[in-house]
Design a protein around this ligand. Sequence first.
Ligand code: GLU
Length: 491
Amino acid sequence: MTVRVRIAPSPTGSVHLGLCRTALFNWAFARGRKGQFLLRIEDTDTERNTQESLDAILEGLKWLGLDWDEGPDVGGPHEPYFQSQRRASYDEVLERLFAQGLVYRDFSTPEQQEAWRAEQEARKQRVAYRGDDRDLDPAEAARRAEGGEPFAVRFRIPDGATEFTDLIRGEVSIPHDEVDDWVLVRRGGGMPTYNFTVVCDDLTMGITHVFRGEEHLVNTPKQLLLYAALGAEAPAFGHLPLLLGKDRRKLSKRSGDTSLGDYRAKGFPRAAIQNFLALQGWALDGETEVFSLEQLVAAFEPGAVSKAGAVFDPDKFLWLAGEYLRKESPAELAENCLPFVLEAGLAGEEDLGARWDWFVRACAAVQERLSLYGDAPAWLRPYFVGAADLEYDEKALKGACKNADRVAHLTAFASWLEGRPVEEAAPDQAAAAKAWLADEGIKVGALFQPLRCALTGQPGGPDLFEIIALLGREEALARITGAAAGVLASD
Ligand code: GLU
């Protein structure tokens, strides 16, 4: 049997990390078993659907590296992949269900239903809804419907319980007196509901496994009963643990950023996002935290997904981001930092293109300091602005000013630097400077602290001679003499 899995997002908002995690696990399951991964758009809520959200889902999942074999943009044998365009197929199934007496028309008004529930609650009886009209003569119900009386179509839940083996949670048993006679078509008509359409589509599309969030566990008995009513074999289900915030409540805006776009905008490396999502409820071997998509695909087993909620740890996410970012080659890093540098207005694209090698070198120089690409502009700023626009960090100034002889040291260093060969490589110059300092009897720190402050205004950063190479000798000298006569001149 070829594995066929899918995700069925609704295009009603930003691309939530929960969706990304569900997509990742489905995708990994399919790829590891030479199966197929489908994307189907659940756009039945016409009021809340937006084109913007649809575009963001398609673009975001592609960016994450999750390619689908069938879907709205790539097509496939079961087109269309938009639920809103599959209405006729749902109506057909509905007719069958009516013919078999498995669904019924419920003419009750919302007020009557409310009163029904209140009565049940007062009697402390079961609260799962059973419509008064469930035993109405079908011919009479059809007549009333034809007469224009509004009704909802409900599923006739049988007595008993639904039992199934969840691929993640094991044996699950849900008594039917907890399951409403659920609605397939709302009062007044319109697009059928999720629980109905999802079964129709999963069946038509030959879906073999459904991995989805735990919040859908309550829907599974409804869906399984529908498969049984249709005489069809149901897919296997696996319910993924909820993503929780540190407060152990469902991850939401309250506990931090939740959308893929938020993390991309901050400059989290793609591989770090993939890796972090894979860790939300799954582990490679209980030890290895940094692993690739290939490793996930090779090792992913639904049975190893945890049942307990996955607590989203932002510190760990940031740590992972740094792990990946610092592994990048200078060229990769520069490519990835580029949009952030442009966005910060440090330089234009053409300008950077014209001095690309220099930009790559500058990015490499600050790499150790970065966890996110979004950290790059702040660290790179001193290399883009003129001496007049340099910002001096308070800590850097304080450290530099601890040295009483700083002006004398800086002035002496400036003359020394002027005498060095222009083409001297940074490491050679560093070695020569240390020898010179020893000769002069100047402590390394007594020069280097004020020097760093004069050159970048930052308390830390790249090797000083790399900084001088990046700035160019002339600019470096201007900054040194400028600071000696300016910010570093007096206490
Ligand atoms: N639209 C549903 C969701 O995104 C699909 C659930 C399912 O996979 O059955 O939560």
